[in-house]
Design a protein around this ligand. Structure first.
Ligand code: HEC
Length: 136
């Protein structure tokens, strides 16, 4: 009888552990593929605020730049998962080609040019966030 009780307890324990494990794996997975979970660490946010936001948020005056890329849309749910991934890819591409901020603008505002460190940091951030979004 003692053995049977022990066996029952073991079975209950294993079932419970399994349920907790699969629950936590599942919720992690859901967290990973959610656009809301794109992270903007402080150092990234500072660079974006200083060098990109004049043109790439909802308040920006330039319609073309904000319609192409609006950082507010990552957090307010306007970008779907697919769209957010694409925009992150474009960020890496534009920075690889040294195309942002635009050359014309930099002539008037040379202090807005990204340093190599800033550009590298933004690129590795965008790459990582894109990987997390696609669940890789
Ligand atoms: C002076 C305004 C201005 C600033 C500052 C600026 N951009 Fe842009 N950006 C534009 C304009 C205009 C476009 C649209 C034309 C184009 O694609 O070249 C654009 C387009 C882009 C695109 C392409 C989006 C797409 O889907 O085609 C990316 C990515 C981008 N910018 C990233 C950045 C980043 C990152 C920064 C900061 C380091 C930045 N931009 C700073 C004006 C700006």
């Amino acid at each position: 009888m003692k053995n049977l009780t022990a066996l029952c307890l073991t079975v209950v324990f294993i079932t419970f552990s399994y349920m907790m494990l699969s629950f936590s794996v599942k919720s992690d997975y859901q967290a990973i593929i959610n656009v809301d979970n794109i992270e903007f660490p402080e150092e990234v946010q500072t660079i974006l605020d200083n060098k990109c936001m004049t043109c790439h948020n909802t308040e920006a005056k330039n319609f073309k730049s904000k319609s192409k890329l609006n950082f507010d849309k990552f957090s307010n749910g306007d970008y779907s998962q697919g769209k957010a991934g694409k925009k992150l890819g474009k960020i890496t591409k534009k920075l690889d080609e040294n195309k942002m901020p635009p050359e014309k603008y930099l002539k008037k505002h040379p202090e807005k040019k990204l340093t190599k460190e800033e550009s590298d940091l933004l690129k590795s951030w965008a790459n990582n966030q894109k990987k997390i979004l696609s669940g890789k």
